[in-house]
Design a protein around this ligand. Structure first.
Ligand SMILES: Nc1ncnc2c1ncn2[C@@H]1O[C@H](COP(=O)(O)OP(=O)(O)OP(=O)(O)O)[C@@H](O)[C@H]1O
Ligand SMILES: [Mg+2]
Length: 371
């Protein structure tokens, strides 16, 4: 069935739009609606509406009799709006406002037009801004301190070497050696905190080339005899959308981002207790196009999305809100710089990283504008 409205206009809308027949079969979903319900137009068409649209509020104070409300719209033609509904998509609940109204494309034919506004995204955008500000302030503070610490390190190193040469007994050099090692460790750390001094070199980059540089590195880390003696190697799964456009980026910096995030996943899968002994441990690299996405106040028609997902134990809830801050770590040997550096590099690319984590499923999603 063809729609009377130009669907190319509907395709550009960031509002998710669905059209149903009066006997509640899906006739049309626009791309934002496909994204909301995580299924393609071709799978949605002809589907009974209630297979797709289910409220998760059954039994709660926010319960709503949707079938009754829909038949009232069909009978009376009066639209309604439902606020802060939780709809079930796969295993997740999503918060949306939605409105239902009647359209009559031809005589004696009635369709329902349903418009969804995901409200979590609005909450997310405002939270993002606050977080980006806070993050920037912390970053400047840490950089300031790192800079002050770095200044005297060179002097301390030189003076210690002179002292070592003039020590009367050679066994006292053990102490100057300790000073030198600690000074070197601090220098390395403040250099990492201060970040690269090279300006990024932006070139046309394919995200899959970046991934194909990182995956062999991850395999080489876990294919050492010691690692293999301890564990079965973690499976690295490719789920690529090869039709993605190229983007302007510094591939070496993006490799660093992907490596930092996937090393964390690998460490979580191999260093911490498994959530279930039966499940094969996996890291999935999923690339997709994401339509209508706002990053730092700029709404992009589409962006490249890379999900790095692992089925490890998850990020401890107490850490989750602050994982992107420098020096935040849950690992005994961690410096807590990996994600902070990744976030910095993503900002250079006008992109964004998001993270969701529960036991058994941690997803870091990278969003990169390409136009
Ligand atoms: N996929 C993941 N699963 C579980 N925990 C994670 C995951 N990714 C990150 N984390 C937690 O977030 C913390 C911060 O990560 P980050 O990469 O910034 O620092 P780090 O790995 O501790 O140290 P570094 O990367 O500098 O060596 C980690 O210590 C870990 O506790
Ligand atoms: Mg790390």
């Amino acid at each position: 069935m063809s729609l009377p409205l130009s669907s190319s206009i509907l395709d550009q809308l960031s509002t998710a739009v669905m059209v149903c027949s009066a006997n509640l079969e899906v006739l049309y979903v626009n791309p934002s609606c496909e994204a909301l319900f995580e299924l393609s137009q071709s799978r949605a068409l002809g589907m009974p509406l209630f297979h797709l649209l289910q409220e998760a509020s059954e039994g709660s104070s926010n319960w709503f009799d949707l079938p009754k409300a829909l038949s009232r719209v069909i009978d009376s033609g009066h639209p309604f709006t439902r606020r802060e509904a939780l709809i079930r998509v796969g295993l997740q609940d999503k918060a949306v406002d939605y409105s239902v109204s009647l359209i009559e494309p031809q005589e004696k034919e009635k369709w329902l037009l349903i418009e969804f506004q995901p409200i979590e995204r609005l909450l997310r955008i405002s939270r993002d801004e606050a977080q980006a500000q806070q993050y920037q302030t912390t970053r400047q503070l840490v950089r300031g301190v790192a800079h002050e610490v770095k200044n005297p390190l060179g002097g301390i190193r030189g003076a210690t070497q002179l002292l070592a040469r003039s020590l009367p007994a050679p066994d006292l050099r053990e102490f100057t050696q300790i000073i030198l090692e600690e000074v070197d460790r601090l220098t390395l750390m403040v250099d990492t905190l201060l970040g690269s001094r090279q300006p990024p070199a932006f070139v046309s980059t394919n995200i899959h080339e970046v991934l194909e540089r990182v995956l062999p590195l991850l395999n080489s880390v876990q294919n050492t005899p010691e690692a293999l003696a301890l564990n079965q190697p973690v499976q690295l799964i490719r789920d690529y959308d090869l039709s993605l456009p190229e983007l302007s980026a510094d591939p070496n910096l993006l490799i660093q981002v992907v490596l930092n995030i996937s090393m964390n996943a690998l460490q979580a899968l191999t260093e911490q207790a498994p959530t279930s002994a039966r499940l094969p441990r996996q890291i999935t690299f999923r690339t997709r196009i994401q339509r209508a996405f706002t990053i730092h106040g700029i709404c992009h028609r589409s962006v490249i999305r890379l999900d790095i997902e692992d089925n490890g134990p998850g990020i401890p809830p107490a850490l989750l809100e602050s994982v992107f801050y420098p020096m935040v770590t849950g690992r005994a040997k961690g410096t807590g710089l990996g994600l902070s550096i990744a976030q910095d590099i993503m900002q250079l690319h006008k992109g964004l990283i998001e993270c969701q984590s529960v036991a058994g499923r941690t997803v870091f999603s990278l969003f990169l504008p390409w136009e």
